[in-house]
Design a protein around this ligand. Structure first.
Ligand SMILES: Cc1cc2nc3c(=O)[nH]c(=O)nc-3n(C[C@H](O)[C@H](O)[C@H](O)COP(=O)(O)OP(=O)(O)OC[C@H]3O[C@@H](n4cnc5c(N)ncnc54)[C@H](O)[C@@H]3O)c2cc1C
Length: 412
């Protein structure tokens, strides 16, 4: 760091990774710094991972992290502006409001776009992403206005049956919109669950009145005479009447700034980083969902936070490294606990499964063990996740008792 004057640190993006980076840096740095954070959302960072709680009665203000970070006079937050270009030679960025900001270190924390399926009609009024507070506000307003216009309950389709899709289906139900989830894969939460677990989760959702169609692809969305969504067509030629469509089919890293500035971007998207969150330009760091580590970008708060921590530590001369993605998921969907951790899909050669399934009660527990039948590699728990606390720290270690004792129901 420059010892004579304050070092200029510019963060592009004002989301989860950006906030964590600024918080950690200002807490730990002892030398003079000036931090500028530029975000295009028009508000302070908020907890994106809790967006669905807005449909459970949580207020928008409760998603905020509190203002205290922004009371620090070393930090300036600029909202409702967007960085359009990086000039690496001059070490400046240009924003939509035509302002130029200088940096010594640039931190790219621009997150990702919600992807949409490229089918006819995917941008019609009534089609939504599920990523930002603005998306949620627009969705709510549309449902209210459209419901009043049509004078009946609305019908909604969520395209994408991952965790986010199932949260979105719950959101539709909370707004009294009839909900159908369409999943191209043969099971729900295909990245986290095996076939049996996926079908048990499907039964839980159906018991809650959510329709689930797996192995199905939407091919077109049709407008009515007002131009708004009215029907959806599937690959088998069938149609369904629908008023609201939500896309939850994955994300696309917002890597265009880096790409246009000649910073290395992965062919599948995302700014390439090393385990210190450095990009191909030594003055530019990338953290969070926009960063491609080991060839992948992943949408997980834990990863965004760890990258922010590593980037700060490295800037301050530390020697820590990003440990890689931990894609464990522990969520409650339609009132049902669903946990997937470690090598849940048993991709390790010669892995052994220990299973307990009761589809009628909606309970499924699977431990994935190494060839020795004692070392825990991962697992899946649906409907009863009480063993998760004991199992999670044991991944990579020997279980403390008989494997079956972790999955069999305790007889009272
Ligand atoms: C509904 C929902 C639920 C989720 N639930 C979970 C969960 O339970 N657990 C979990 O681990 N993860 C969850 N996630 C994922 C998690 O929220 C993300 O991984 C995390 O937000 C990534 O942080 P980030 O800072 O990289 O991106 P973001 O939080 O998206 O922040 C990026 C910010 O940069 C802004 N920006 C982009 N480009 C520019 C530019 N050029 N100029 C200015 N600003 C720009 C964007 O508008 C955005 O505000 C969830 C996500 C969603 C949408």
């Amino acid at each position: 760091m420059n010892h004579s004057t304050a070092t200029e640190i510019l963060i592009v993006g004002a989301g989860m990774a950006a906030r964590r980076f600024a918080e950690q840096l200002l807490e730990r740095v002892s030398e003079p710094v000036r931090v500028t954070m530029i975000g295009d959302e028009g508000r302070q960072p908020y907890d994106r991972s809790r967006l669905s709680e807005l449909f459970l009665g949580v207020a928008e203000e409760d998603l905020s992290f509190g203002a205290s970070l922004f009371d620090d006079e070393r930090l300036e937050l600029i909202v409702d502006d967007r960085v359009l270009r990086i000039d690496r030679r001059a070490r400046t960025v240009l924003t939509r409001s035509r302002r130029i900001h200088r940096y010594d270190t640039l931190v790219l924390a621009t997150g990702a776009y919600a992807a949409r399926v490229a089918i006819e009609g995917s941008s019609l009024p009534g089609c939504f992403a599920y990523r930002t507070l603005d998306d949620i506000e627009e969705l709510r307003e549309f449902v209210q206005v459209r419901g009043a216009e049509l004078g009946r309950d609305l019908r909604g389709v969520v395209i994408g049956g991952g965790v986010l899709g199932l949260e979105a289906a719950g959101a539709l139900q909370a707004m009294e919109v009839d909900a159908t989830v369409i999943q191209y894969a043969d099971r729900l939460m295909a990245a986290q669950l095996d076939g049996t677990a996926g079908s048990i989760v499907k039964r839980h959702l159906q018991a809650r009145g959510i329709t689930v169609r797996t192995g199905t692809r939407a091919t077109r969305i049709d407008p009515d005479e007002s131009g708004a969504v009215t029907a959806i067509e599937y690959q088998d030629g069938s149609f369904q009447r629908v008023d609201v469509v939500i896309f939850t089919v994955g994300m696309q890293a917002r890597d265009e700034l880096a790409r246009n500035a000649g910073i290395d971007v992965h062919p599948f998207g995302g700014i390439v980083i090393d385990d210190g969150c450095r990009t191909s330009d030594p003055s530019v760091l990338a953290i969070g969902e926009v960063a491609s580590y080991d060839g992948r970008c992943v949408g997980l708060t834990t990863a965004a936070h760890e990258m922010a921590d590593v980037a700060v530590a490295r800037m301050l001369g530390g020697d820590v490294s990003f440990s890689g993605y931990d894609e464990s998921a522990a969520v409650t969907l339609a009132g049902v606990e669903v946990v997937s951790f470690g090598d849940a899909l048993a991709s390790t050669p010669d892995a052994v499964d220990v299973l307990y399934a009761d589809p009628i009660a909606g309970v499924y527990k699977k431990l994935v063990l190494a060839e020795d039948a004692h070392t825990l590699l991962g697992g899946i728990l649906v409907g009863d996740a009480s063993a998760y606390g004991a199992l999670r720290p044991l991944v990579g270690a020997r279980l403390l008792g008989e494997p079956s004792s972790y999955v069999l129901p305790v007889r009272g």
